[in-house]
Design a protein around this ligand. Structure first.
Ligand code: 2AL
Length: 163
């Protein structure tokens, strides 16, 4: 979709595009209401700033739409397709899959939610190293890191969907 189409689209169509980037109601609704943006840069800038204000509940809402690293999204639709593309650098050979599964389980045990990392542009080795390093964080630090990763994913997705 180009920015003129996004700016003029019915609210539900604009919202659907945004929701595939981050399933956070207030973020979607505010951006829909603030149209027109006139340029992709203006939209991305505003999307980034607003995503910087997500509360822990909003982070949880966005997280719910992301499969574990190394797992394919069960659903269909834009978000599932984007997730698959983002994780295309993740090696799913048996040995790596086992290490990822163990790391994901340790993370979920420690923090009570799914390990989330911006996977686009990253390979398995880097992701596993990040996972291990983040396991050493205290819960507040780790929540902030997770929120920042979701924010990066949201803006990258939006950039990718707008031509
Ligand atoms: C994901 C995902 O689906 N895309 C991405 O960049 N990261 N999932 C995750 N658990 O980090």
């Amino acid at each position: 979709m180009d920015i003129a189409t996004f700016d003029e689209a019915p609210a539900d169509a604009a919202a659907a595009l945004l929701r595939a980037c981050a399933d956070v109601d207030a973020w979607v609704e505010t951006l829909v209401a603030e149209r027109p943006f006139g340029s992709v840069e203006a939209l991305l800038g505003r999307a980034d700033v607003l995503a910087g204000d997500w509360t822990p509940d909003q982070v949880d809402a966005a997280l719910a739409d992301h499969p574990r690293i190394g797992e394919r999204h069960a659903g269909a639709g834009t978000s599932a397709a984007l997730s698959g593309r983002e994780q295309s650098g993740v090696d799913t050979s048996t040995e790596t899959a086992a290490r990822l599964a163990a790391g994901n389980a340790a993370y979920e045990e420690r923090f009570g939610r799914v390990f989330l990392v911006r996977a686009a542009g990253r390979g398995t080795g880097e992701i596993l190293a990040l996972l291990e390093q983040r396991l050493t964080h205290d819960p507040d630090t780790e929540l902030a890191v997770t929120a920042q990763q979701l924010r990066e994913i949201a803006v990258l997705r939006l950039k990718g969907l707008l031509t």
